[in-house]
Design a protein around this ligand. Structure first.
Ligand code: HDE
Length: 686
């Protein structure tokens, strides 16, 4: 089989800089600006094969967007094995310490269309294609370890309910509407997931600061054929971080590409995002003992019960060359597994195995989507599949069937000692459309998630529920949801009921099965308990105007950069500012285009004679008041204090820090390691 010349996404003929332009057929083009016409002002001629070919191709540029996870962003990198696990799995990529396997990762939102904003409140997809030496393994996960439903047959209903309502075609990229909450409130199995999606997990600060999960229980199978159960976890090296809801709303208006830009910029700057791959491994005995069914994707296995063991790291170090060829055309399929990894009977996983292959045919239009460079394995591919639309890797020789007796031209053969073998699990039972009784506890882990959060995070969950349910026109839907919340936490139910202006509490929903146990809190479930120890990888917005103290600006800058924090200069004009020592400092953003919502912390340095004038400037005042409202740390040179007072009032809290020299600047950046000054929000806690 012949290999095609490849860039990351295929041939890169467009790079033929300055060379002769041709048609798709290779004929040289003399004029690409003017359609062939009969006379200077006469009709355009259909005869113009160059123009027609160009328009024909343009007309067909779009392919169907993904029915879910339409908006995504892909990047290349590698997985490096740090702890081989041959005792657990014979998968080739898990054998040799230090070995690197190329990967392609696509992050996504679920509900919005391709052009929707990045900071919609939504689950994030975290799909990884490992190009192993024994075939592609796709770990198609999310940034939340559980799912809404227990059986794949309900997926179309869930997605229909979440997407824009069919008569009116809105709302886009949000669950804050009647249809979604109607479906959810009638599907108690989703209550655990509801706690996660109403938490700040669904408004991550960046793809770089979120976890990933394989969600289902899979199997690892070793060379002896022994099997263990496994759940896969991605843990970001830079810790977890989210934004706050009001900030998310503003970011969406300011920079709908906030997440993809962050990823592109980081990789472009050589600041490569990393995750650890962890496994939670357990056996049949544990599965028997565990309070819940390990085949139920609406449940986690708390890390306190089965610790996460780190076996490798993921490094994303290479941006795509062509968004369409790579990010759009990548085709993940949960059925893509390799020897040493196997499925379980999780009914959600089993349904996914059908759906992903099927959807790629619709989306990419041919069974030959594995011929596209982004989907092609990086190991030998030998089989007798042939032909079909756009076949690009075609077998040579006479034999295209087996068995055959053509000797040299005989083609590949299967090998009973080497190939993929399914784990020979005993299965059986009456054929029936059923849901196992062991899946029936819908509230215990929802409560466990809630009680594992800090007070600030709990408040955010209550606020998110109140916001979303306030967007539902139907009172009975709002009431049904509060009826469920009473099975999770009384105080939460009361807060939401009060937020919705209800008179007391509505009727509590009767659980299908009483919660089995009041589960202990798990710190791993909180974002704030898993923040980073540093301010690295974050962005400081440094507002500077003409005449600002050059030394102080330099001190703040170098303290930030020493921490690994990026500094963006924000100024009244894009031309930048002339500092006190006469040097010109270029601006990255004019103040109107660089609001504080796109930064993790802000600093302001200006001379005393401008503060009075600056405090009249709405974008600059918003820069400060938003940073304050979003619990960000704020550093200011003494002369900027009037601007802070205009934005915040005369009382500045200890999240606002006056900086006068290099020592202060370093102390400020150390403060920023906490990411947000949550004490400011504590005042609003119930
Ligand atoms: Fe998906 N899902 N899904 N999903 N999913 C798709 O496949 C589906 C589920 C996830 O970046 C589709 O290629 C069913 C869970 C990600 O290209 C489709 C069910 C989890 C991506 C599909 C689920 C996911 C998808 C749409 C219920 C987390 C984006 C386009 C049984 C473990 C992959 C496509 C990318 C995409 C079906 C539930 C993650 C239609 C039927 C649970 C990250 O095949």
């Amino acid at each position: 089989m012949k290999e095609l010349p490849r860039g990351k996404g295929g041939e890169t003929h467009q790079k033929a800089k300055g060379e002769q332009m041709t048609t798709a057929q290779g004929a040289p083009v003399s004029d690409d600006q003017n359609w062939l016409k009969a006379g200077e002002r006469g009709p355009s001629l259909m005869e113009d094969q160059v123009a027609r070919e160009k328009i024909f191709h343009f007309d067909h540029e779009r392919i169907p967007e993904r029915v879910v996870h339409a908006r995504g962003y892909g990047v290349h990198g590698h997985f490096e094995l740090t702890e081989p696990i041959p005792e657990l799995s014979k998968a080739d990529l898990f054998q040799r310490r230090g070995e690197k396997t190329p990967v392609f990762v696509r992050f996504s939102t679920v509900a919005g269309s391709k052009g929707s904003p990045d900071l919609a409140r939504d689950v994030r997809g975290f799909a990884t294609k490992f190009y192993t030496k024994e075939g592609n393994w796709d770990l198609v996960g999310n940034n939340i370890p559980v799912f809404f439903i227990q059986d794949a047959i309900k997926f179309p209903d869930l997605i229909h309910a979440a997407k824009p309502e069919p008569d009116r075609g809105f709302p886009q990229a949000q669950t804050a509407h009647d249809n979604f909450w109607d479906f959810i409130s009638l599907s108690p199995e989703s209550m655990h997931m509801v706690m996660w999606i109403m938490s700040d997990r669904t408004i991550p600060r960046s793809f770089r600061f979120m976890e990933g999960f394989g969600v289902h229980t899979f199997r690892l199978v070793n060379a002896e054929g022994e099997s263990h159960f496994v759940k896969f976890h991605w843990k970001p090296k830079l810790g977890l971080q989210s934004v706050v809801w009001n900030e998310a709303l503003k970011i969406n208006g300011m920079d709908p590409d906030f997440h993809r830009r962050d990823m592109w910029d980081s990789i472009d700057a050589g600041d490569y995002p990393e995750w650890e791959l962890g496994v939670q491994v357990f056996d049949e005995d544990f599965a028997e003992r565990f309070e819940f069914d390990v085949l139920d994707s609406t449940k986690i296995i708390p890390e306190e019960q089965v610790p996460v063991r780190t076996i490798g790291r993921l490094v994303l170090d290479n941006n795509v060359e062509n968004f369409f060829a790579e990010t759009e055309q990548v085709a993940f399929c949960t059925q893509n597994i390799v020897p040493g990894i196997d499925f379980t009977n999780d009914p959600l996983l089993q349904g996914r195995n059908f759906s992903y292959l099927d959807t790629q045919l619709k989306r990419l239009g041919s069974t030959n989507f594995t011929h596209l460079p982004i989907n092609a394995p990086k190991c030998p591919v030998r089989h007798y599949q042939q032909d079909g639309h756009m076949a690009m890797r075609n077998p040579t020789g006479r034999a295209n069937y087996e068995p055959n007796s053509w000797d040299e031209e005989s083609g590949p053969r299967e090998n009973p000692n080497k190939g993929f073998e399914s784990y020979p699990e005993n299965v059986g039972g009456p054929k029936a459309r059923v849901r196992s009784e062991t899946f029936a506890d819908y509230y215990s882990q929802a409560r466990q998630f809630y009680v594992s959060q800090t007070a600030v995070e709990q408040r955010h969950i209550a606020d998110a529920l109140t916001f979303e349910l306030s967007k539902c026109d139907r009172g009975d839907i709002r009431e049904r949801m509060v009826g469920h919340l009473q099975n999770i936490d009384d105080a939460l139910a009361k807060q939401v009921a009060a937020g919705l202006g209800m008179d007391g509490l509505p009727e509590k929903i009767k659980p299908a099965r009483e919660p089995v146990t009041d589960l202990p809190p798990s710190d791993a479930l909180s974002i704030l308990k898993n923040g980073p120890a540093s301010f690295a990888g974050r962005r400081l917005g440094l507002y500077v105007s003409d005449g600002a103290d050059a030394e102080l600006v330099a001190a703040i800058r170098s303290a930030a950069e020493a921490e690994g924090t990026k500094v963006a200069i924000v100024a009244p004009h894009i031309s930048g500012a002339k500092l006190s020592d006469g040097t010109a400092l270029a601006a990255d953003e004019k103040i109107d285009g660089g609001p504080s919502v796109v930064f993790d912390a802000v600093a302001l340095v200006m001379p005393s004679n401008t503060a009075e004038q600056v405090k009249q400037d709405k974008p600059t005042v918003d820069f400060v008041s938003d940073a304050f409202a979003h619990a960000k740390f704020i550093a200011y040179g003494e002369q900027a204090r009037p601007v802070l007072e205009a934005a915040i009032g005369p009382e500045l809290d200890s999240g606002c820090m006056k900086v006068a020299d290099a020592g202060d600047a370093r102390a400020f950046i150390e403060k920023c390691r906490a990411l947000r000054f949550w004490d400011r929000e504590a005042d609003y806690l119930p």
